[in-house]
Unconditional design. Structure first.
Length: 96
């Protein structure tokens, strides 16, 4: 018999890793029992991560700048993807 796994709050790293692995298996489901399981897993994983990691509040533009620095990107690199340097410059200057 194919028995459904019961889901509980994630309390250990092992349970977290199992939940993330299962989510990877069913992440593209759009209906039925697997879709409902996926939605539950997202909630449980998010709850575990929020309780485990206390991330600082960072405004979105600052986060973009941090990630650009991490990957060595310049405004021109973003302009190639998002259209033009003016748009990238306007966004970059929002929180200065």
């Amino acid at each position: 018999m194919n028995e459904k796994p019961q889901r509980f709050l994630i309390e250990t790293e092992k349970e977290y890793n199992e939940a993330v692995a299962r989510h990877e298996q069913i992440k593209n489901s759009t209906a039925g029992a697997e879709h409902k399981e996926k939605l539950l897993l997202v909630h449980l994983i998010e709850n575990y991560e929020n309780n485990l990691w206390d991330l600082p509040e960072v405004n979105p533009v600052e986060m973009i700048k941090i990630r650009m620095d991490d990957f060595g990107y310049k405004a021109a690199d973003l302009a190639n993807v998002y259209g033009d340097k003016g748009t990238v410059s306007n966004i970059s200057n929002l929180y200065l």
